[in-house]
Design a protein. Structure first.
Lengths: 283, 310
């Protein structure tokens, strides 16, 4: 009984344990800072620099992944496009996480109210339409910049994790430590910050981390449809499309952007899988 | 039909109708939320203000928004979403014609994936000594998104000298599309069926003399058939994405190229039609899968409409 009481009044675990934070920082450095630094510091030529005499040049020391029809360095372009794709995908994850926590909590905070019903309805509606069709349609109408693309992808991706948050909130509100805090008269915001948020934040974070590889490909897909980064800024989808259409001129044309996308996707997959195992263990 | 069953049917149908209404509202808003006036988009940047104003009146954009929505709703129910800004063809039949090819491609990839994943999971359960080899391709492919597998497959084929095009038949795009769903569905089935120690129903089935294949189907597959079907349904979104990308790259005259052209030309009626048709088909498939779940697993019947209306 004594043990139960102590469990009931125990403080919730910290939002972000130090171990997880270190892992996240390491991941960020590995995934974002390193390629970007390499790209700006050690590449022989700038990604947008034209050199027509090097058009369709094979891979060499000067251009490790060859060059395109305008003689531009494919490694530099692919790294730049990969960095932008990653930034958009990470932005989409962050915005989707924030929206999922906000709307999932609102949907479950006062069940049965019109607000809750409306949010649940919108969430279900978003899940009815294929991700890419909805994202392309909205992007075609709004014509957003890269930040807008990240936000838009975040809105579309937030539907499923918002349902997770909603379910988790309904489960947690009957927990003993919450009952105790309510009995002690804690105000709603304090209750939300200390009792609910630590538990609600993790399931959508894990979900969205696992979605990161798919978001990277969605960004590539959007650029394939002519949305997102516009020429001369390189984008992975457009580079892959152009490269596949010119594959007869050189195998390296589609290989370079695909290689970068493959590395990003595989790294994101393993990092997300590792964090999925790490986060519940740390808590 | 009992009153409880009638109530479940009614709530299921009302749910679908409510989502269809929401879909129509979203489609309607697509026309009105953009930064640029649809009449200006239709006529182009060089059109005079007078002709844009005339076009606005023709499109009914000068009326109150609720009247416009009621008008749009009435026309959409009759299958009319207006004419394409560029080709002057009716948008909904145009989108239906092109998306039919996309969905055939999607089904051409997903139905073999369903059968292949069942076969591979069965083989991995029956031939345990060969399990690692059977599952190796699935484990390798499942970590890559469908888009990467399809584009990587195209690259490998082109490196091998096989140049695919819209005339090279449907088998290659369907095969490329089937790889990821096959891998992920196989692993899902395998993780649920290859339990150590073997579950009691499996041991009982084997001791009663059932063959390994019959025992797999009765004792191992049946309990996981609902998650398997649900996972298959969740593959649809990625499959549509991949199919559209393949259509773009291989210049197949389907929904992918239609969507790309509509985006480039800012053809709002076609965009609306693509969104509405995709949503309606997905709604139908999602409802169908929950109905199927009700047939396969009686415990799901409280969540889905009854499998047997009688």
């Amino acid at each position: 009984m004594k043990q139960e009481d102590s469990t009931a009044t125990a403080a919730p675990p910290p939002l972000m344990p130090r171990k997880v934070l270190k892992a996240l920082v390491a991941v960020f450095i590995l995934l974002v800072a390193l390629p970007v630094s390499l790209h700006f510091l050690s590449l022989p030529r700038a990604p947008l620099e034209l050199a027509r005499h090097l058009a369709y040049a094979c891979p060499s020391w000067a251009a490790p992944l060859g060059s395109d029809e305008l003689g531009r360095d494919l490694l530099g372009r692919a790294l730049m496009a990969g960095g932008l794709s990653l930034a958009v995908a990470v932005g989409a994850v962050l915005s989707a996480w924030s929206l999922a926590v906000l709307f999932g909590s609102l949907a479950a905070w006062r069940p049965g109210t019109p607000l809750s019903g409306t949010i649940n309805y919108i969430i279900e509606l978003l899940q009815t339409i294929p991700f890419i069709v909805l994202a392309v349609s909205l992007a075609a109408v709004f014509r957003p910049n890269l930040l807008g693309i990240a936000l838009l992808m975040g809105v579309v991706a937030s539907a499923a994790p918002a349902r997770l948050v909603s379910a988790e909130l309904r489960r947690v509100r009957s927990a003993r430590h919450v009952t105790a805090q309510v009995a002690l008269g804690h105000p709603p915001m304090l209750l939300f910050r200390t009792a609910f948020l630590p538990t609600l934040a993790l399931p959508p974070a894990i979900w969205l981390l696992l979605l990161l590889p798919e978001l990277l490909t969605v960004d590539a897909g959007l650029s394939l449809f002519g949305l997102g980064a516009q020429p001369p800024t390189p984008s992975l989808g457009r580079m892959i499309y152009d490269g596949l259409n010119q594959a007869q001129a050189g195998w390296w044309l589609p290989s370079a952007p695909l290689l970068v996308l493959l590395i990003l996707v595989v790294t994101a997959h393993f990092v997300a899988s590792y964090l999925r195992k790490l986060i519940p263990a740390a808590l | 039909m009992s009153s409880r069953t009638q109530l479940r049917w009614a709530s299921w149908i009302v749910g679908i109708l409510a989502k269809l209404l929401g879909l129509l509202l979203l489609t309607f808003l697509l026309f009105h939320l953009g930064k640029v006036d649809p009449a200006r988009l239709k006529l182009g940047p060089m059109a005079s203000e007078a002709s844009v104003a005339r076009e606005r009146a023709d499109l009914g954009l000068d009326r109150p928004i609720l009247v416009q929505f009621a008008d749009f709703f009435g026309h959409a129910v009759r299958g009319d979403l207006g004419h394409s800004f560029r080709s002057e063809r009716s948008a909904l039949p145009l989108a239906a014609e092109k998306l039919r090819r996309t969905f055939l491609l999607v089904l051409g990839g997903l139905i073999p994936a369903l059968l292949l994943s069942y076969g591979l999971a069965l083989a991995a359960s029956v031939w345990t000594s060969q399990r690692a080899y059977i599952l190796l391709p699935a484990r390798s492919l499942a970590i890559l998104p469908s888009f990467v597998i399809a584009v990587g497959g195209l690259l490998l084929l082109s490196l091998a000298g096989i140049r695919l095009s819209s005339d090279s038949g449907k088998w290659a795009p369907c095969l490329l599309l089937a790889l990821f769903p096959t891998a992920s569905l196989t692993l899902l089935l395998h993780s649920a069926t290859a339990v150590e120690p073997p579950p009691r129903p499996w041991l009982l089935s084997r001791s009663f003399g059932f063959s390994p294949i019959a025992a797999f189907h009765r004792a191992l597959f049946s309990p996981v058939s609902v998650p398997w079907i649900t996972a298959w349904t969740t593959q649809l979104s990625q499959a549509v994405f991949t199919a559209m990308v393949l259509e773009l790259v291989l210049t197949i005259d389907g929904g992918g190229n239609l969507l790309a052209n509509a985006v480039q030309q800012r053809d709002l009626p076609v965009l609306q039609a693509v969104l509405l048709l995709n949503g309606a088909v997905f709604l139908f498939l999602q409802s169908g899968s929950s109905w199927l779940a009700g047939i396969l697993d009686p415990r799901q019947r409280n969540l889905a409409p009854p499998s047997n209306p009688a």
